[in-house]
Ligand binder design. Structure first.
Ligand SMILES: *Cc1c(COP(=O)(O)O)cnc(C)c1O
Length: 361
C-alpha cells in the first residue's frame, strides 16, 4: 500500500465566499474497516471510488483546466500508547497559507488548518479507520512503519477563462500510507529537465510544479534509477532538489550541506527539522550553493528529505554518464542516525524535546 488511493471516510471541506471560510466535515460512504477488508476487490474499489466523488463540486474550474492549486502533505503517527500524533502541523499551516498567497488566493487561516488536520484524523479514528503502533517496527527503526497521511489541498471555484481563484475550496483528506521508497537505498540521476525557474512558482507547493517532477522521475525510473535530481535553471550547475524532496550532502570535510532556500526551492519541513537536529548533534550545517562538481567529488553521504521520504539515502549520483558512488553504496552512519532520530521522535520512541508532536486526544 505504498501510497494507494484509499481515503478514509471522513473528509473536510471549506469554501471561501462573501469574505469568509465555512467548513464542514463530510462522512463519505463506508462500512466498518473489518467489513471493508472482507469485501472482494471490485466491491472495495467501488466503495473507495464513491468516497472520492463529490457530486456538488464543479468539474470545470481553474484547477482542472490550468493547474491552479496548491497542497500540503503531513502525517499522523501511531504512538506506543495507542494515541496518534501529528508532526509539526503548524509549519504546514504556515506554508499552506503562503502557497495560497503566492497563487493570489485568500489564505486559509492557520488555526483552521491545524484544526481540520486534527479533527479529520480524530473522526476517522472514531470510526475505526486508523493504523496502530506495532512493536516490530522498532526492529528496523520504523523503515517499514505505517502512518496516516493527511493531504490538504485547494480546488478553485467553477470557471473556464484563464483566471485566478478568489473563492477556492480547501479540502482535507486522510489515507493510510507505508514507506515511500521501495528500497532503503537508491541510485539517483541528474535530469536535464528544469523544475523551477527564478520568479516562478518553485517555492510554492503548487500542483503544476509536479508535472515536470513526474516526467523526470518517470524517466529516471525507466533508466533504472530510483530518483532524479534537478539543477538550477540559470547556471545548470547548482543542485536544487530531488523529484519531490529536498537534498542533503554530508561532505568529506565533515560539513552537512543543503541548497539554500530561494524562489526555486520548496522549503521542506523535514529539511528544516533535520537542520535543527543535526545542529543539536554538533554538526556544522550550511545552507548554501552546492555545485554538481562539488557534490560528485566531495560527498561522503547523501540523502533526500520529505514527509514521504523521511530521510532516504542516495547511494550514487550520475551526471552525464559520470557516476559517483557514496559510502560504498551503503547507507552511511550519519544518514542512519538522522533517519533514526526523526522517525524516533515521530513514532514517540525518542523524547519530543522540541514540542513538534501534536497529540490527538
Ligand atoms: C513537499 C516537498 C518537499 C518536502 O517538504 P516536507 O515539508 O519536508 O514534506 C520538498 N520538495 C518539494 C518540491 C516538495 O513539494
Amino acid at each position: 500500500m505504498a501510497f494507494a488511493l484509499n481515503t478514509y471516510p471522513v473528509t473536510y471541506r471549506s469554501k471561501f465566499s462573501d469574505g469568509k471560510w465555512s467548513g464542514e466535515y463530510l462522512e463519505k460512504p463506508h462500512k466498518t474497516p473489518e467489513e471493508e477488508a472482507a469485501m472482494n476487490d471490485n466491491e472495495r474499489k467501488a466503495l473507495e471510488s464513491s468516497r472520492n466523488c463529490y457530486d456538488d463540486m464543479p468539474l470545470v474550474n481553474y484547477t482542472s483546466q490550468y493547474g491552479l492549486a496548491c497542497f500540503e502533505g503531513l502525517k499522523a503517527f501511531p504512538q506506543k500508547n495507542d494515541s496518534l500524533a501529528i508532526f509539526r502541523p503548524d509549519r504546514n499551516a504556515v506554508r499552506f497559507a503562503r502557497s495560497m498567497e503566492g497563487l493570489q488566493m485568500p489564505p486559509f487561516p492557520q488555526e483552521l488548518f491545524v484544526n481540520a488536520c486534527i479533527e479529520t484524523v480524530k473522526r476517522n479514528a472514531a470510526l475505526g479507520f486508523l493504523t496502530r503502533y506495532k512493536n516490530e517496527w522498532e526492529k528496523d527503526s520504523f523503515m517499514t512503519a505505517d502512518s496516516i497521511y493527511i493531504r490538504p489541498f485547494t480546488i478553485s471555484e467553477g470557471g473556464i477563462g484563464v483566471n485566478l481563484s478568489s473563492e477556492p475550496y480547501v479540502m482535507v483528506i486522510n489515507t493510510p500510507v507505508s514507506s515511500y521508497f521501495s528500497s532503503c537505498s537508491s541510485d539517483a540521476v541528474v535530469t536535464d529537465r528544469i523544475r523551477a525557474t527564478p520568479n516562478g512558482t518553485g517555492w510554492i507547493k503548487a500542483c503544476s510544479n509536479y508535472v515536470i517532477s513526474a516526467l523526470a522521475k518517470s524517466e529516471a525510473l525507466s533508466a533504472g534509477y530510483m530518483e532524479c535530481v534537478f539543477l538550477d535553471a540559470t547556471h545548470r550547475s547548482y543542485i536544487e532538489e530531488g523529484s519531490s524532496c529536498n537534498i542533503f550532502f554530508y561532505l568529506k570535510s565533515g560539513e552537512l550541506a543543503t541548497p539554500e532556500l530561494s524562489d526555486t526551492i520548496l522549503p521542506g519541513i523535514t529539511r528544516e527539522s533535520i537542520i535543527c537536529l543535526a545542529r543539536d548533534k554538533g554538526l556544522k550545517v550550511s545552507e548554501r550553493k552546492i555545485s554538481i562538481d562539488e557534490a560528485l567529488e566531495e560527498t561522503r553521504e547523501c540523502f533526500v528529505s520529505g514527509t514521504a521520504a523521511g530521510a532516504t539515502p542516495i547511494c550514487s549520483l550520475t551526471y552525464h554518464g559520470k557516476k559517483a558512488q557514496f559510502n560504498g553504496g551503503k547507507t552511511g552512519e550519519l544518514t542512519s542516525d538522522i533517519r533514526d532520530t526523526i522517525k524516533g521522535i515521530q513514532y514517540g520512541k525518542l523524547p519530543d524535546t522540541k514540542g513538534w508532536m501534536v497529540t490527538i486526544a
